[in-house]
Ligand binder design. Structure first.
Ligand code: 5GP
Ligand code: ZN
Length: 111
């Protein structure tokens, strides 16, 4: 189900432009507009889920697939090394309520 007010639904539907990094039938990945590492990609399912907990409960296989996509991007960009972040809840820094994995890679990352 799509949420017509959701920024990342609009990005998946190309109503809002983005720099695509990867796509397949279920998943879309694009460059973060405000990168926190040399390579900072957001991986999102095409379907709308509010956060990673909602996705895990509804479709664990799709969540696992998002990790595979993150790995594919990191294999391409940085020998398979990457950091994966799911901000979950406003207090934890989630600002867009369409589940997204931050993939940080492309350079050595601070602890
Ligand atoms: P959150 O804070 O919800 O974990 O992550 C949201 C991310 O989306 C932020 O890192 C922010 O820079 C990114 N972002 C917000 N608006 C846009 C946009 O219009 N395009 C792209 N490519 N990234 C966006
Ligand atoms: Zn959405």
């Amino acid at each position: 189900m799509k949420d017509t007010e959701c920024l990342f639904c609009k990005i998946v539907d190309c109503e809002v432009p983005s720099e695509k990094v990867y796509e397949d039938a279920t998943t879309y990945a694009f460059k973060d507009i405000n990168p926190k590492a040399k390579v900072h990609v957001l991986v999102v399912p095409r379907e709308h889920y509010r956060n990673v907990d909602e996705l895990a409960k509804a479709d664990a296989q799709l969540l696992a697939h998002m990790v595979e996509v993150a790995q594919t991007i990191a294999d391409r960009e940085y020998d398979g090394a990457y950091r994966l972040i799911f901000n979950t809840g406003e207090e934890a820094g989630q600002t867009v309520f369409h589940v997204h994995a931050h993939v940080l890679t492309g350079e050595p990352l601070d602890e």
